[in-house]
Design a protein around this ligand. Structure first.
Ligand code: GLU
Length: 298
């Protein structure tokens, strides 16, 4: 069995990121699963210093993983091969829609699509419409041609979750494979069987499960965990004060204090050493985790 932790190196981790990393680690280490670190670094917002700081901060709170971290940017060919395969099967089409056009189409009266879903404007263009769009000079994204199927996933923490699979993007207009495509290709190729991640990604999961099926691959098991929010209910971000490990150390806390704060937010008892964390992992019980967000108030 294999788990993974798949951060995007687009910023320093805050306590919410570290907490999700700790959870991915606890799930893996409680069942002797291998844990892979995969950097999702296809995005242009990636910066070299964040690869180092994300790894360093996880190490400092006692986490480890197996093998060298993997980078999506080294695996580009695998994603383009999958996209080509789907294109050969007639399952893709080009889309020139702007974000605004997509938003307006899904918020139109009578739209039955979930927010942000694609309504299929570019799916069946006439020759004339196609020629117009081709002449626009904009680079099209590539979308998956789906049947609008409803997929139910069984989440280990949150139970059943149902979602309509829209014609989601496989490759962006700038030629970068999409998040959903990269995740599916990688999780399959790396033999990932257990995905533990923030519940903000739950709505994308039916799309991913659908794509696993199309590519003849087996989807992993999922455990989505609640995020960290502020007292006013906002998702935790850097602007909310002392929220990185560095910030907490500057306040005079130790790495162990920070780990214990995270453990306490998971209703787990504190540890007196990082070695004790390993023992604690053996008795980790996911059924006793909180199912609501952790409210962080400084
Ligand atoms: N790279 C994504 C993020 O940092 C997580 C992807 C995943 O776990 O599937 O939010």
């Amino acid at each position: 069995m294999t788990g993974r932790w798949a951060p995007s190196p687009t910023g320093h981790f805050h306590l919410g990121n570290l907490r999700t990393a700790l959870l991915a680690w606890l799930f893996a280490r409680s069942s002797s699963n291998t844990l892979i670190w995969r950097f999702e670094d296809l995005d242009s917002a990636v910066r070299p210093e964040f690869y180092r700081s994300q790894i360093r901060d996880c190490e400092r709170i006692g986490l480890d993983w197996d093998g060298e971290p993997i980078r999506q940017s080294d695996r580009f060919e695998m994603y383009t091969n999958a996209i080509e395969q789907l294109t050969r099967r007639g399952l893709t089409y080009r889309c020139w829609c702007t974000r605004r056009e997509i938003r307006e189409a899904t918020t139109a009266p009578h739209s039955h699509l979930p927010e942000g879903a694609y309504s299929g404007i570019c799916r069946n263009l006439s020759r004339r419409q196609l020629a117009e769009r081709e002449a626009s000079g904009r680079n099209p994204a590539l979308r998956l041609r789906t049947d609008g199927e409803t997929i139910t996933i069984r989440d280990r923490q949150l139970g059943d979750f149902e979602g309509v699979v829209d014609d989601f993007v496989l490759c962006r207009g700038d030629g970068i494979p999409s998040y959903n495509l990269g995740v599916v290709v990688d999780d399959a190729e790396l033999g990932v069987t257990e995905v533990v991640r923030g519940d903000d990604l739950l709505p994308s999961t039916p799309r991913q499960v659908y794509l696993f099926g199309l590519l003849g691959l087996t989807a992993p098991n999922y455990a989505h965990v609640p995020l960290v929010v502020t007292a006013s209910g906002e998702r935790l971000a850097k602007r909310h004060g002392a929220v990185t490990l560095e910030d907490r150390l500057a306040l005079g806390e130790s790495e162990l204090d920070v780990l214990n704060m995270l453990l306490s937010s998971l209703y787990m008892n504190p540890v007196t050493s990082f070695a004790q964390l390993r023992d604690r992992a053996k008795n980790f019980d996911p059924t006793s985790l909180p199912v609501t967000p952790w409210v962080f108030d400084g």
